[in-house]
Design a protein around this ligand. Structure first.
Ligand code: ADP
Ligand code: MG
Length: 561
C-alpha cells in the first residue's frame, strides 16, 4: 500500500519544534498525556457501543497496555478503544484544532527566553505531541471500531509525517515511542526502566478508570510475566477527603480539565438519600481565553455508577458557573440518559441547585479565609459570576455576599458591598458606583469630581455586565445602588460652603446662560441645569435616572439593538 507524505500545519510544526528542543524539565508528563488519550478512547468506544447497536465491538476487556523494549529502546502505549480512521488521523494528529493550543503558541512567541517558554509549557497541555519530548520518532497504528482497515502514522516531528493504510491492524490505537538515546548523566529520564514507568503511572494516572497494565516483562525463569495492573482505578470522588491527597485531586483535575496548571480549589459533595450522587468539582486558577465565546464548551463530566456517560454536561451547573470543571457520579440515572432528558429531569435540577450553593459557599470561604486565593478567583471569574446576579435571583444574595469591586479608595484595593456599607459615613444613604470601559476612563470622568472632592467612596465597575446587574439588583441591605452618572444627585447636604441660599443666588446669576444653552441644545438634551457634581470640568452629560447610561447604550448598539 502506498505511503503518503504530508506536511504539518504551521502551528503544529512550531509546537513540534518546541517539543523536540524542549527545555521543559518535567518530561515525565508525556506518559500522562498518552494514557489520558487512551482512556478517552476507551470511554468513547464504550459509549459508542451503548448508543449504536449496529456497532459490533467486544468491550468486555477494555484496557491500556504499556510495553517496554529495552533493546529497541521503545515504549509502547496501546489501547483497544475507539481508534481513528485514516482521515481522522490526518485531522487530529496533523493539525492543531484545539484553540487553547493556538493561544499557547501566541504567548510562546512573546516569551523571549527559555525560562519563559518552560513556564508556558507547564501551563498548557500539548497532548499527543508531548511524546516528542522523549522520542525522536513516533509511530501510531490505529483502527477505528467498525472499520476494516487501519492506518499507520509516522513522524520524526520535523515538518512531515507519513500515512499508510494497513490491513491487519487491531482495533484501537498503539503509539510507539522510539526513545531518544539514553543520557548517562541523567538516569532519571530512563523511560525503559520499569520502576520509572510504574512511578509515573502511579503519580499521574492512578485514578484512570481503566486498567493500565505493564505487559511483556520477563519473569524470573526467562518466560513472560503476567501483566501487572499499575493503577488503583479508584474513583476519587467516591472516597472521603481524608483518604485522598491534594496531589491526587490535582492530577484528576488535569486529566478532566485538559489543563496543566493546579486548580485553585477542590469542592467535594457526597449526597445520600433517595437520589444519591457524588461530585468532585474544581475551580481553575485561570480563566480560559474563550470563556465569553458563544460556543464555549462547558459543563461537568457525568458518570453513572462509575461509568463515564458524557463530557460537557451543562445541565449540572448554571451558565455563570461554566468555568467549573469536575465529575458528577449519579447512582440512579439510566446509562442511556440523553442531554434532552437531563435538561428536564427534576433530580438534575435539584442537583444543580445544590452544586451551585456548594460552589458559592466555597467562594465565600475563600473570601473569609484566604484573601489572596479569593482575589485570584475574583480577578479571573468575577465577570462571569456577576452574570448570575441577573440570571439567578435565588442565589442573588449569596452572589452579592462574595462579589467585590474596585473602589476609589485605592488602586488595587477591592471592597465588598458589605464593607462599603459598613464604612459609609453618617448622612450617606446610597451606594455610589460608576460604570465604564476601563479604570482610567471612569477615574477621569467628570461625574467623579464632586465625589472625589467630598471623599465619597465610589465603586468602579468596568465589566460590561456591570451595567446590567446594577439595574437588576437595585439595592443592597436597604441601600440604593446609584450610578454617579444618572439622575439628580444632591451632594449639597454634605457640603458646608455652598448652602441653599448660595445655590439660589447662583441659579439667578446663571439663569440667562442656562436659558441660552437650553435653546441651543434643544435637539440634543432634555434639560440643562446647574450641578453640584463638578469641581473642575465646566459641564457633563447626565442620564435620567431611568435612562440607559452611555456605556450601556453603546453595549446595546454593539449587540445590534
Ligand atoms: P486532546 O486529548 O486534548 O484532544 P491530544 O493532542 O492529546 O489533544 O489528542 C488529539 C486528538 O487525537 C484527541 O482529541 C483524539 O481525538 C485523538 N487521539 C489521540 N490519541 C488517541 C487514541 N489513543 N485513540 C483515539 N483517538 C486519539
Ligand atoms: Mg490528550
Amino acid at each position: 500500500m502506498p505511503t503518503e507524505t504530508f506536511e504539518f500545519q504551521v502551528e503544529a510544526r512550531q509546537l513540534l519544534q518546541l517539543m523536540i528542543h524542549s527545555v521543559y524539565s518535567n518530561k515525565d508528563v508525556f506518559l500522562r498525556e498518552l494514557v489520558s488519550n487512551a482512556s478517552d478512547a476507551l470511554d468513547k468506544l464504550r459509549l459508542a457501543v451503548l448508543r449504536d447497536d449496529t456497532l459490533d465491538a467486544d468491550v468486555s476487556d477494555l484496557h491500556i497496555e504499556l510495553e517496554i523494549d529495552r533493546e529497541a529502546r521503545t515504549l509502547t502505549v496501546r489501547d483497544n478503544g475507539i481508534g481513528m480512521s485514516y482521515d481522522e488521523v490526518g485531522q487530529l494528529i496533523g493539525t492543531i484544532a484545539n484553540s487553547g493550543t493556538a493561544a499557547f503558541l501566541r504567548e510562546l512567541k512573546e516569551a523571549q527566553d527559555a525560562a519563559g517558554a518552560e513556564g508556558l509549557i507547564g501551563q498548557f497541555g500539548v497532548g499527543f505531541y508531548s511524546g516528542f519530548m522523549v522520542a525522536d520518532e513516533v509511530t501510531l497504528l490505529t483502527r477505528r471500531a467498525g472499520e476494516p482497515q487501519g492506518t499507520r502514522w509516522t513522524s520524526r516531528g520535523e515538518g512531515t509525517y507519513t500515512l499508510e493504510r494497513v490491513d491487519d491492524a487491531p482495533r484501537g490505537t498503539s503509539v510507539v515511542l522510539h526513545l531518544k538515546p539514553a543520557d548517562p548523566d541523567n538516569q532519571l529520564h530512563d523511560y525503559t526502566s520499569v520502576w520509572k514507568i510504574k512511578e509515573i503511572v502511579k503519580r499521574y494516572s492512578d485514578f484512570i478508570t481503566w486498567p493500565v497494565k505493564l505487559v511483556g516483562e520477563k519473569d524470573g525463569d526467562g518466560g513472560v510475566a503476567e501483566p501487572e495492573t499499575l493503577n488503583s482505578m479508584k474513583a476519587l470522588w467516591a472516597r472521603s477527603r481524608e483518604e485522598v491527597s491534594e496531589e491526587e485531586y490535582h492530577e484528576l483535575y488535569k486529566h478532566i480539565g485538559h489543563d496543566w496548571r493546579e486548580p485553585l480549589e477542590t469542592v467535594q459533595l457526597q449526597a445520600e438519600g433517595t437520589f444519591e450522587y457524588q461530585a468532585l468539582l474544581f475551580l481553575p486558577s485561570h480563566a480560559p481565553h474563550d470563556l465569553f465565546n458563544q460556543n464555549f464548551r462547558h459543563g461537568l463530566q457525568l458518570y453513572v455508577k462509575r461509568v463515564f456517560i458524557m463530557d460537557d454536561c451543562e445541565a449540572l451547573l448554571p451558565p455563570y458557573l461554566r468555568f467549573v470543571k469536575g465529575v458528577v457520579d449519579a447512582q440512579d440515572l439510566s446509562l442511556n440518559v440523553s442531554r434532552e432528558i437531563l435538561q428536564q429531569d427534576r433530580h438534575i435540577r435539584m442537583m444543580q441547585r445544590r452544586l451551585t450553593k456548594k460552589v458559592l459557599a466555597s467562594v465565600k470561604s475563600m473570601l473569609t479565609g484566604d484573601a489572596e486565593r479569593y482575589a485570584t478567583f475574583w480577578r479571573e471569574f468575577g465577570a462571569v459570576l456577576k452574570e448570575g446576579l441577573v440570571t439567578d435571583p435565588d442565589n442573588r444574595d449569596a452572589l452579592l455576599a462574595v462579589a467585590s469591586f474596585a473602589t476609589t479608595r485605592g488602586e488595587g484595593e477591592t471592597v465588598t458591598l458589605k464593607q462599603y456599607v459598613e464604612r459609609m459615613p453618617d448622612g450617606q444613604d446610597d451606594i455610589y458606583y460608576i460604570t465604564g470601559e476601563s479604570r482610567e476612563s471612569v477615574d477621569g470622568s467628570p461625574h467623579m469630581e464632586a465625589f472625589r472632592e467630598r471623599g465619597i467612596e465610589v465603586l468602579l465597575l468596568t465589566d460590561p455586565v456591570d451595567e446590567v446587574w446594577t439595574d437588576a439588583v437595585g439595592e443592597f441591605e436597604g441601600k440604593r445602588l446609584r450610578s454617579v452618572a444618572k439622575g439628580e444627585i444632591d451632594l449639597a447636604a454634605r457640603e458646608d460652603d455652598r448652602g441653599e441660599d448660595d445655590r439660589e443666588k447662583q441659579a439667578e446669576a446663571y439663569a440667562g446662560l442656562l436659558g441660552w444653552m437650553r435653546e441651543r441644545l434643544e435637539e440634543d438634551v432634555k434639560e440643562v441645569r446647574l450641578s453640584t457634581r463638578l469641581t473642575v470640568s465646566p459641564a457633563c452629560l447626565v442620564a435620567d435616572a431611568n435612562d440607559m447610561t452611555p456605556a450601556l447604550e453603546s453595549m446595546y448598539r454593539a449587540m445590534g439593538q
